[in-house]
Design a protein around this ligand. Sequence first.
Ligand SMILES: [Zn+2]
Ligand SMILES: [Zn+2]
Length: 254
Amino acid sequence: MKLLAQAQARLPEFGLTEKVARNAWNAADGTRARVATALRTMASGIERCMYCSESLGTAIDHFEPLRLAPHRVFDWYNHLLACSFCNSHAKGGTFPKDTATGEPLIIDPTADEPARHLRLSLTSGEYHCLTPRGCATIDVFQLNRGPLRKGRLDAVGQCLDTLAGCAALLAADDTAGAQKRMLRLRRQPLADVLQELRRIADRPSAAVILGDEAAVEALRALYGQPVAKPVFIPQQTSRHQPDCRSWKSASAEG
Ligand SMILES: [Zn+2]
Ligand SMILES: [Zn+2]
């Protein structure tokens, strides 16, 4: 984005502090608006937060906080759309890093494959951690907070109801009607629930898990985009507990 490059070029060459970077960011109204517009079109559902996918994304989050990386203030790859809870309340300036590698411990939803680190349980609505990074992400963003869990369970029911409806429409040769319903479903908050259903639909046991062969077929037919196969398929899901410390031992911030 040209505006970002221009804003970056105006930053002082030496002695760039968090404060200077933040002031430059706050002064760049036009640039901020363009970044926000671009991020909104990339977000799931209708402009949802890229971390929790539940609430409206109302803020631009600097993935690597300005406190640690003032030079990345106008870096396109450092911008994410986030809700105010995830951005200000949960994450704030927190940015744990792996002490051994220096890599960020929280997942960048635009660059990482979240399925490698996290697994969503459709029966509890909770995220389970598969890696220390998944664990850190659950903790920092409080991904298992009550309202999110409840919302996900409701979304599972809503998805299954709509899919049964889609299956009936497909059986009656009303493909357009079924596609319209599926589109509505994909624009709902909590797109991660639908994504997890889609992931399960590729398994032979999908009909048993989801309880309805026709709904599974409808999901496969209508979802639209193939799901990327995770490179690393974990054998076992470990339940994320409040005292789960697997990321904390790797983190400098403790
Ligand atoms: Zn959020
Ligand atoms: Zn954990």
